[in-house]
Ligand binder design. Structure first.
Ligand code: NAP
Length: 507
């Protein structure tokens, strides 16, 4: 175990060296001392990208076992800094200690899962069409195919997951597993957490003898850092987790490049939850208080936060709303991740307060960087006519949409935009209604779940954390689970390439 006292020095990590810039920004921790962090520049981005490209010529050709050992070593180095990571992470984000500990376990577990995944080798999707020299009218050549790493990858983490969706989070783990060097744009909400995790990666690079350019972290502080990174000609793909506005701006820059590159943006979502009639009658109140728990978890700052509940008009829906209101009334104020997010929450709430098509069920006053839950109600017709009601409010705000028939429920479901998740609460008597809903929801969401809450995202082979736009910018991809490695691979066909020349993984 290393010394667990940590004071950030505020530098960028570029190809193994900690480098300071002339100008700095101050962190804005929820508690504890603020620190000065170097502001990134396009010049530093260029250095990091060139080092990443140079590293690719060796790292991209390492064996799967070498990369797996490297991923395991990063996980070990994070565990060796466990307490220091928790301390700086809780200071910067205001998230509780248990959350940071859990998220660290998830992050190291994710790194180790990718190590195991590439050891097995299935992800290479190796195929072989043997030569048919006697085929008429034309012979068939020998054809082999497998997935190869694409080159340097840029990664942007989100404010609300300082570990699992940040410096050594899912995007970085997937890219490194694939064989791609990574340049991370540090998040200004948790620059010190980024720094200590980058130090863990640096230590793993040294102990595993990996090329130093395989990983760089450039702190933010100015928007031109991210813009320069996604436009750098040596970057071949971007993994992004964050807001729709930020993601869309960077996605557009990627599309406008002379060489457009894929931008894998995991964006926001309102994650609708449908409570079907039997379930509402039998346990509406129970589901209502469960929803309140999911809605307020982490101050509602989850991309999978179920912001919308759809339930029938009348008494069966009333019990659900009353129980949710009661549980939300008791929920304490929680510290939000940043001042900016608290401000955006206040603005999101004002959007609801200013509409006569929306009825307040519970409204609370917001103070400073803390948030309290708010609950509103509307009907399907009003929702479908007002696009703004379907936009994510990042925080503990819930909207109940009342429907008066199965047909109206289906029409409403069809009106939703792309979502990360969609949930059905059902009992046995709801099977017919659920069967009618499923074909609609699977067109809308990356993950459909029954009788649960979507906030927990399992890291597994089967997980899909993505969905049609605006939940993500690539409906064919996931940012969580082993399938996420596919984002940083591309298939190459080897025609008549002899054994002695083929890549090792194909022989
Ligand atoms: P954010 O404000 O979009 O920031 C994400 C990153 O993008 C930061 O590094 C930020 O830089 C950068 N950025 C944002 N706009 C930019 C622009 N116009 N040009 C250049 N860089 C830009 O998002 P956030 O507040 O960190 O995260 C909260 C959001 O993430 C919520 O909407 C939540 O739903 C979503 N989220 C999605 C998932 C998912 O898997 N789908 C998971 C977690 C969170 P700065 O550091 O300079 O601000």
């Amino acid at each position: 175990m290393l010394d667990q006292t940590f004071t950030p020095h505020g530098k960028h990590l570029i190809a193994g060296d900690w480098i300071a810039s002339e100008t700095t920004f101050q962190s804005e921790p929820a508690r504890g001392p603020a620190h000065a962090f170097s502001i990134g520049t396009p010049d530093l981005v260029d250095r990091a990208c060139k080092a990443a490209e140079e590293a690719f010529w060796s790292y991209g050709y390492t064996s799967r076992e070498e990369r797996a050992a490297f991923l395991d070593a990063i996980a070990d180095e994070m565990e060796a800094r466990a307490e220091a990571i928790t301390e700086i992470g809780t200071q910067e984000t205001g998230l509780p200690e248990a959350r940071l500990q859990g998220e660290r376990g998830r992050t190291t577990g994710q790194l180790r899962l990718f190590a195991e995944h590439i050891r097995k080798g299935d992800y290479l999707d190796r195929r072989h069409d043997a030569a048919l020299p006697d085929r008429a009218p034309l012979p068939r050549p020998d054809l082999r195919m497998m997935q190869r790493p694409i080159g340097p990858v840029a990664v942007f983490g989100a404010s609300n997951f300082p570990l699992a969706f940040s410096t050594a989070g899912g995007d970085t783990a997937a890219a490194l597993a694939a064989g791609c060097p990574v340049v991370v744009k540090g998040h200004s909400a948790h620059p010190g957490t980024g720094e200590i995790v980058a130090e863990a990666i640096r230590a793993a690079i040294a102990s595993c003898g990996m090329p130093k350019g395989v990983f760089s972290l450039i702190q933010g502080g100015k928007r031109d850092v991210g813009q320069a990174l996604v436009q750098h000609p040596l970057i071949k793909a971007v993994g992004f987790t964050g807001s729709l506005g930020g993601g869309r701006a960077l996605f557009d820059l990627c599309a406008q490049r002379p060489e457009p590159i894929p931008f894998f943006g995991e964006l926001g979502s309102v994650n609708p939850m449908f409570i079907l009639p039997e379930a509402a009658r039998a346990r509406g109140a129970e589901i209502g208080s469960g929803w309140a728990g999911s809605l307020t978890m982490g101050a509602g700052q989850f991309c999978t936060n179920p912001g919308i509940a759809v339930i029938a008009t009348g008494a069966e829906g009333d019990a659900f709303v009353a129980a949710a209101k009661e549980a939300l009334t008791d929920a304490p104020a929680q510290v939000m991740l940043t001042e900016g997010i608290a401000q955006a929450y206040r603005e999101g709430k004002a959007r609801f307060d200013g509409r006569n098509t929306v009825k307040p069920v519970l409204t609370t006053a917001q103070e400073g960087r803390t948030a309290r839950p708010n609950l509103y109600e509307t009907d399907a017709a009003s929702y479908l006519q007002d696009h703004a009601l379907g936009e994510e409010v990042f925080g503990p705000l819930g909207l109940v949409i009342r429907v008066s028939s199965d047909e109206e429920r289906s029409a409403l479901a069809r009106g939703f935009e792309g979502q990360l998740t969609a949930t059905i609460h059902m009992d046995a008597g709801d099977t017919r209604a659920a069967r009618a809903l499923l074909p609609i929801l699977e067109r809308k969401a990356g993950r459909v779940l029954v009788n649960g809450f979507p906030t927990g995202v399992e890291v597994a082979d089967t997980m899909v954390h993505g969905g049609p736009y605006p939940a993500s910018t690539n409906f064919g991809a996931t940012s969580v689970g082993t399938l996420s490695i596919r984002r940083f691979l591309r298939p190459v066909c080897y025609q008549n390439v002899p054994e002695g020349v083929l890549p090792d993984d194909l022989t």
